[in-house]
Ligand binder design. Structure first.
Ligand code: SDX
Length: 432
């Protein structure tokens, strides 16, 4: 029987012919291993946006962009959104398997008992202007966690990595809520251990010391589902940022702060804020054609926010769940004729019938409907990306732990295609 000859890719250029090894995944496309290409072929590959590059191997999350599928450790996102809850999904992403009841209870207790931040961290906020964007505050304060939690910054100690992970999953919602309270001039609200994770976040954001506050179970269920839908997403820009920062051995808090900074961009996690602002600017259904026209105009930098994706060339499965949740939450809250939701649905319908969007396979992504739900829950648009950031913290940490735990990992250091000046001699200023 012919032995299973390992797959190779033949690359020939100039007088060179190279046999490059290939690797096959559990799911998705094969990869060509080019790690020895420069040493053997004296050439680089060129892929500025990483459109055809696998930056690592991972067993955490899988996306099939053509089918519109998203799996966390093999479990489809729609099943997890319906049947699981965020802290159980955190356990799954961190440890690879769904927890037993005993494991889940122990994990939830650990997270619950780490939700307070060091009291001195309250003073950090006073250095920010009240009208600072909460993402600016989050980047600063999460990064500053390394100034307080020195006993969990040694990336080579598995126990310290574990403690840092628990601390960040537990404390980032508290920091996000503090950023919100600071921006509206209200006092910080301490976490309450009697509340579940999502209810605790809502309570820290919306309760005030002057009166009792009862968390609406409709809101906490919707909040928890939003957390789950945003928890991880393979090697997106912010996760790649966390991995690159982590590859230098930087402490985990600094790496997550780097991820928050990258997520802020409107092409990435900032799109949920930009999308709701766009829907509000459109205002009414009759103005949609004007904006569709702008989105298609190459000379106009305007893009439909919440539309398109580097990987999904079909529906983003998270957008489907989010759209169902928007209908459910607004209905249960009695917000029937929400003009913004009407505009969103009509915009989606028109775009998905338009040749430009169909030919470019542009569909609504996770950010298209999330803002409508967050707005209905009472969050200002400036808090949309902080919600995304706190949800994604577990994904960033799971990916960071996977990288740090890989004995073969090296510092990430890409090369370039140099197109600058050739060597030339200095010219004294009097001769220029
Ligand atoms: C997230 O990577 C992830 O997984 C991210 C994320 C996660 O969970 O981590 O899923 C979260 O970031 C979702 C994406 C949120 N961003 C937006 O909604 C912003 C609007 N979308 C785009 O800017 C864009 O679609 C990107 C950034 C999301 C993807 O950009 P790509 O893959 O680089 O695609 P591209 O810019 O090359 O666009 C391909 C074509 C272009 O036209 P041509 O030059 O080929 O003629 O499609 C056009 C683009 O002009 N296009 C759009 C468009 N998105 C792409 N045209 C109008 N409106 C849009 N939204």
């Amino acid at each position: 029987m012919a032995e299973n000859k390992p797959k190779t890719a033949t690359l020939s250029f100039g007088n060179k012919v190279l046999e490059l090894p290939m690797m096959s995944p559990v799911s998705g496309p094969d990869v060509i291993d080019i790690r020895k290409l420069y040493a053997e072929g004296d050439v680089f590959t060129y892929d500025p946006g990483f459109t055809s590059t696998a930056s690592c191997s991972s067993d955490i999350t899988f996306i099939d962009g053509d089918k519109g599928e998203l799996l966390y450790r093999g479990y489809p996102i729609d099943q997890l959104a319906e049947k699981s809850h965020y802290l159980e999904v955190c356990y799954l992403l961190l440890y690879g398997e769904l927890p037993t009841a005993v494991q889940l209870d122990a994990f939830e207790t650990r997270i619950t008992r780490h939700t307070m931040v060091h009291e001195q961290m309250h003073y950090f906020f006073r250095g920010f202007r009240r009208d600072s964007h909460p993402m600016a505050t989050m980047v600063g304060v999460v990064g500053a966690m390394s100034a307080f939690y020195h006993d969990s910054t040694d990336v080579n100690d598995p126990w310290q990595r574990e403690v840092a992970a628990i601390r960040m999953i537990a404390k980032v919602p508290t920091i996000a809520a503090m950023a919100y309270k600071y921006s509206i001039g209200q006092p910080f609200v301490y976490p309450k251990n009697s509340l579940d994770y999502a209810s605790n976040f809502i309570h820290m954001c919306f309760s005030v010391p002057a009166e009792d506050y009862e968390v609406n179970p409709i809101l906490s269920r919707a909040m928890d589902r939003i957390f789950t839908l945003h928890a991880d997403h393979e090697q997106n820009a912010s996760t790649s940022t966390v991995r690159l920062a982590g590859s230098s051995g930087a402490n985990p808090f600094a790496c997550i702060a780097a991820g928050i900074a990258c997520l802020w961009g409107p092409a990435h996690g900032g799109a949920n804020q930009a999308c709701l602002e766009m829907l509000r600017e459109i205002g009414t259904v009759d103005r949609i054609p004007e904006f569709i026209k702008r989105a298609k105009d190459k000379d106009d930098p305007f893009r439909l926010m919440g539309f398109g994706h580097r990987v999904y060339k079909n529906f983003d499965p998270r957008a489907k769940v989010m759209k169902e949740s928007a209908d459910e939450v607004l209905g249960l809250l009695g917000i029937e004729d929400n003009e913004t939701l009407k505009v969103a649905k009509e915009l989606e319908r028109i775009a998905l019938e338009d040749e430009y969007f169909v030919s470019k396979k542009l569909y609504p992504n996770v950010d298209f409907y999330s803002g409508i739900i967050l707005d209905a829950m009472g969050f200002p648009t400036s808090m949309f990306t902080p919600v995304f950031a706190l949800s994604r913290t577990v994904g960033w940490i799971a990916q960071w732990k996977e990288m740090i735990g890989d004995p073969t990992q090296k510092i990430g250091r890409p090369r370039q295609l140099y197109i600058g000046a050739s060597e030339r001699n200095y010219i004294d200023v009097e001769n220029r």
